[in-house]
Design a protein around this ligand. Structure first.
Ligand code: T46
Length: 141
């Protein structure tokens, strides 16, 4: 059976910042170096109209790193018992989301880009999109 995680197991990973005096910064995420999973997929969310939110689902097995590559937004995590809001606004910080978390992304600033690194290919079956189904699922997982 899959391990049961809480919202407090979802941590902020600090990425290296390679600073070049006149040419800006560069941050790196590398499989096997500074990420607890291997990346199989990258997607990014952008042009979110003011007041709109994304997410509103959980994943059974997927692990993700969510980075505010530009701008800011708030991720609300919910493990069925506890909720936690995490404000992301630094391209060198990533929120590591463990499996079994309900997530909402909201309060996108103008120009915000949510870059997401994912441990698996896109699989519809891994999603739980109904909150009551999620609560039932969490009783057994
Ligand atoms: C998550 C949050 C943070 C694909 O075809 N392939 C993909 O890899 C993804 C992620 C999405 N899609 C399609 C499926 C939908 O027709 O793109 C459309 C929008 O997806 P969704 O409604 O799931 O988007 P969000 O922003 O609500 O959720 C996404 C991820 O799906 C989810 O894993 O954790 O971002």
């Amino acid at each position: 059976m899959m391990e049961k995680y809480s919202v407090f197991d979802c941590t902020i990973l600090e990425l290296d910042r390679h600073h070049s005096d006149r040419k800006g910064n560069l941050s790196v995420v590398e499989n096997g170096v500074n990420l607890p999973f291997d990346v199989k997929r990258v997607y990014y969310i952008y042009d979110v109209p003011g007041g709109e939110s994304r997410g509103a689902h959980a994943h059974k097995a997927l692990e993700q790193l969510i980075v505010a590559a530009s701008g800011s937004f708030t991720v609300t995590l919910d493990d069925g018992i506890h909720k936690r809001n995490v404000f992301l606004n630094r391209p060198y910080q990533g929120l590591y989301v463990k499996p079994g978390m309900w997530r909402d992304l909201a309060d996108f600033s103008s120009g915000a880009v949510a870059m997401v690194l994912a441990s698996e290919a896109y699989q519809k079956e891994d999603y739980i999109r109904d909150y009551n189904d999620f609560l039932k699922y969490k009783k057994n997982h």
